[in-house]
Design a protein around this ligand. Structure first.
Ligand code: UD1
Ligand code: MG
Length: 450
């Protein structure tokens, strides 16, 4: 059976106290809404429909092509919100899941359980309930003496006996689509002037249908974010979940409490992550690496057997057996080939360092292409910016750059060239030639063994 999902995201989120719509606040590197969209896609295999209202344009932009957005204006309750998705979904699916955009820990596994149960029954809907000590304002699930779900009662309307019920309505449902579209207009207006989706449970029961409930295996999945306190609590839980998965997959986290791994990251087996390490975005780390402590890597590719100590990498590529830090900074387009060593206080941007090249101390390489087995002396700088444009530096294989050399780009140094300490290189250097001075001038041709 075809299934689709509706994600409710039109509410204001007043308690966030923010000019940013609630569902665009970041949770472990991504806007909240991304989690609900990704989970829904995983289960249904199709783009969900997101119901937007408050901050609609901002949310629509952030969602982009990931989902279909429909506007709910004004916001007249959860039942009314689902109705706004009807035109986009009618005839598209036999089963419709309804979830919330502010419930990022809800798993595909739980939604799949709901779909499976709904498919196995004739009733018009399956709801997701949760057993909890503290009701947190959730609606209560009322069951008959024989245990059949009878109704959901909102806290404001509940009797004292109903308030004592510990089975709560999560707000997540799986509907038979045909029944849903037919029943929605029959929801009565609540005393608060809203159309409650929860009323569909009572409506189904009054028509003689049975309503199934899946009880959540882990109540934490249903945490809804209403305040920034909830946001931080949820981020901690999500980090624990992700960290645990990596540890079970063979990655050592020396201190999971200070290890921050975003959802899009991948890490190879037998890699060791030391404390206070942040792995962000689409970062991929190979096997047998040692990363951290005090390291931030975002959107980077790291090979196997690499060591990265107290460094920052952004959109960089490291091949195998690269050793960097402490205090290295790799920026966009830095590519360190196999066996490169980069020591302290170095910065590399948009540059390729060939296999076995060494850059030990205090250097900046920008817009440079550097060959194999090159020695970059302490304090070497590529002067790549002339005030107007960025210029390239080319360094051949086996070049030896003396300490404190300034390479004024555009400039090319041939294979086997050498610069003296403090040289300011303004002209191309021929292969196997030693240059010295300010500006550097050729003093002699090098012989083998020099
Ligand atoms: C709802 C349920 C309650 C359940 C609780 C779980 C109803 C009537 N009650 O209550 O039984 O225990 O969720 O969290 O459904 N939204 C819209 N448009 C609207 C109103 C809400 O899109 O007009 C969205 C909100 O952005 C939010 C979700 O629907 O994502 C839930 O709305 P909210 O007002 O928070 O409902 P609750 O009072 O929490
Ligand atoms: Mg709520």
């Amino acid at each position: 059976m075809e299934s689709s999902a509706i994600i409710l995201a039109a509410g204001q989120g007043t308690r966030m106290r923010s000019s940013l719509p609630k569902v665009l606040h970041y949770l472990l590197g991504r806007p909240l809404i991304d989690y609900a969209i990704e989970t829904a896609c995983k289960v249904t295999g199709s783009k969900p429909v997101v119901v937007i209202g408050h901050g609609a344009e901002q949310v629509r932009q952030a969602v982009g092509e990931a989902a279909v957005c429909v506007l709910q204006e004004p916001q007249l309750g959860t039942g009314h919100a689902v109705q706004q998705a009807q035109a986009a979904l009618q005839g598209q699916a036999d089963l419709v899941l309804v979830t919330y955009a502010d419930m990022p820990l809800l798993t595909a596994h739980t939604l799949q359980r709901m779909l499976t149960l709904q498919q196995a029954h004739d009733g018009p809907l399956t709801m997701l309930s949760v057993l909890a000590e503290h009701p947190r304002g959730f609606g209560r699930v009322v069951r008959s003496p024989s245990g059949q779900v009878q109704a959901i009662v909102e806290e404001a309307q509940a009797t004292p006996e109903q308030l004592a019920i510990h089975e709560l309505n999560s707000g997540v449902y799986c509907f038979n689509a045909a029944w849903l579209w037919e029943a929605l207009p029959r929801i009565p207006l609540s005393p608060k002037g809203e159309y409650y989706l929860t009323d569909l449970v009572g409506i189904a029961v009054s028509e003689g249908h049975s309503v199934q409930a899946v009880v959540a295996e882990d109540p934490l999945e249903l945490i809804g974010i209403n305040t920034r306190v909830h946001l931080a609590e949820t981020e901690a839980l999500l980090r624990q979940r992700i960290n645990r998965e990596w540890m079970l997959a063979g990655v050592t986290l020396v201190d999971p409490a200070t290890t921050y791994i975003e959802p899009g990251v991948a890490i190879g087996q037998d890699t060791i992550i030391l404390p206070n390490t942040h792995l962000k975005g689409s970062t991929v780390i190979g096997e047998h690496c040692e990363i951290g402590p005090n390291t931030m890597i975002s959107h980077s590719q790291v090979g196997s057997y690499c060591t990265i100590l107290a460094s920052v990498l952004e959109k960089a590529t490291l091949e195998n057996h690269v050793d960097i830090g402490p205090f290295a900074h790799l920026r966009k387009g830095a590519h360190l080939a196999e066996g490169v060593h980069m020591g302290n206080f170095g910065e590399v941007k948009n540059s390729y360092l060939g296999p076995g090249t060494k850059m030990g101390h205090f250097s900046y390489l920008g817009d440079a292409t550097i060959g194999e087995e090159v020695n970059i002396g302490a304090g070497t700088i590529t002067c790549n910016f002339d005030g107007v444009r960025k210029n390239p530096t080319q360094i051949g294989n086996g070049v030896f750059i003396g300490s404190d050399t300034m390479l004024v780009a555009p400039v090319t140094l041939g294979d086997g060239a050498r610069t003296g300490a403090g040289a300011v290189v303004t002209k191309n250097v021929q292969p196997d030639t030693l240059v010295v001075g300010v500006p550097a001038r050729a003093i002699r041709k090098l012989k083998k063994g020099d």
